[in-house]
Every structure is written in C-alpha cells, then in structure tokens.
Design a protein around this ligand. Structure first.
Ligand SMILES: CC(C)(COP(=O)(O)OP(=O)(O)OC[C@H]1O[C@@H](n2cnc3c(N)ncnc32)[C@H](O)[C@@H]1OP(=O)(O)O)[C@@H](O)C(=O)NCCC(=O)NCCS
Length: 181
C-alpha cells in the first residue's frame, strides 16, 4: 500500500462504534437517524460467532477506515433476504462456507491509497473458509471496481433489501482474494 503511515490491525469496533459510524456516514452517506439504527445492528453483529473487525489507523490515532464480517449464517437477516435471489441464479450454495464482508468503508480523506484493498484482503486472509460474499449497491462504483479486481463476480443483481431504496448486487469470490500482478 502507498501510505505506510496508516496501520491496518484488528480493532475493537464495539468500543469504537461511534467513530466507525462517523466514517461510514461520510463515506457511504448516512443521516443521523440511519446512524442510530446502524449502531444497534453493528453492536449485535459483532457478537456473532466468528465476527472480526480490522481498522485503518492514522499516526494520531484517527480511524481512517474499517471492515468487519463473519462466517455466513443462513438464519441471519441478510442471508434470508439474498437467498431467493441467489437460488434463482443457481448460486445458493455460496451461502455456505462463506465469509461475509458486512461493512467496508474508508473515509474520503484516505480513499484511493490502497487502504480499502488492504482491509478486505487482511480480514479475508484470516478466514479459513473457501470463499467470501458481500452485497454492494448495484452500480458501477469504486467499491464494485475494487471487488471485481479482487476476484468477486456477480452472483445476483437487482437485489432489494427492505428499507433500502436502491437495488444491490451480491458478489462472491474464492479465498484467498486475488492479488494484483
Ligand atoms: C470502496 C472503498 C472502501 C474503497 O476504499 P479505497 O481505500 O478508496 O480503495 P483502494 O485505494 O484500496 O482502491 C482499490 C481499488 O478500488 C477501485 N477504486 C478506488 N477508487 C476508485 C474510483 N474513484 N473509481 C473507480 N475505481 C476505484 C480500484 O479498482 C482500485 O484499485 P487500484 O488501486 O488498482 O486502482 C471506498 O471507496 C469507500 O469507502 N467508498 C464509500 C463506501 C462504500 O461504498 N463502501 C462499500 C460498501 S459495499
């Protein structure tokens, strides 16, 4: 990665949930009401079996970005929403033996320096599962470009989550993630 001053390491995200959501709010766009809802969800997610989080920290201790995820559990809300879409495409088996990237966000001040790439490769390298899945807004975004470059392909598109106005794509990749040549 370009910026050697930013350190990627495991982070106690529950203790730093407000800082993380402040990063997500500006990176992804969340209003105060959405942050309040997300706060409960993130704290619950972090109690899930196998949940892990990594942070990107500046020399002065600021959180520049974070990622967290967990082994997929078919009983989790996210999995139940995406399952029929994956099944329709013959891809439902991706819900088993998969590490889910639940959130990945880098503060705009620190984007484009390889931080996002290092966060997602570091957390997935720590998983013994054979593959990874995630959902991203179904548009040509930097996130979609990053995921494709790591080997993620589309497993389902135009996926609608209740309460989310925009459709998502579900993507999956074999682990370990592909490295740049
Ligand atoms: C997606 C995100 C996490 C990437 O983090 P980042 O630190 O900026 O990404 P990196 O610097 O590691 O870039 C990795 C790759 O992303 C893609 N990428 C990054 N910025 C891009 C841009 N402006 N346009 C197109 N692709 C871009 C490229 O494929 C890049 O690979 P390269 O370095 O070989 O060019 C960050 O843009 C972000 O937080 N976005 C807003 C929140 C979000 O969408 N999160 C994901 C939710 S699913």
């Amino acid at each position: 990665m370009d910026d050697t001053e930013i350190v990627i390491a495991p982070v106690n995200l529950a203790a730093r949930v407000d800082e993380a959501l402040a990063v997500q709010a500006v990176a992804f766009g969340l209003d105060a009401a959405e942050v309040a809802v997300r706060r409960h969800i993130v704290l619950r997610h972090l109690l899930s079996p196998g949940a892990r989080a990594y942070g990107a920290t500046t020399p002065d201790g600021r959180l520049a970005g974070f990622v967290y995820g967990m082994p997929n559990d078919r009983s989790h809300w996210w999995s139940t929403v995406v399952e029929p879409y994956l099944r329709a495409e013959g891809n439902a088996e991706w819900l088993d033996g998969s590490f889910v990237i639940t959130e990945l966000h880098v503060h705009p001040d620190f984007q484009g320096r390889g931080v996002g790439r290092e966060l997602i490769t570091t957390i997935t390298d720590g998983s013994e599962l054979p593959r990874s899945i995630l959902s991203a807004i179904d548009t040509e975004s930097p996130a979609r470009g990053l995921y494709r470059s790591l080997g993620y392909t589309d497993l389902a598109r135009r996926v609608h989550f209740p309460s989310a106005p925009r459709p998502y794509a579900v993507m999956g990749a074999p682990l370990p993630l592909r490295r740049r040549n």
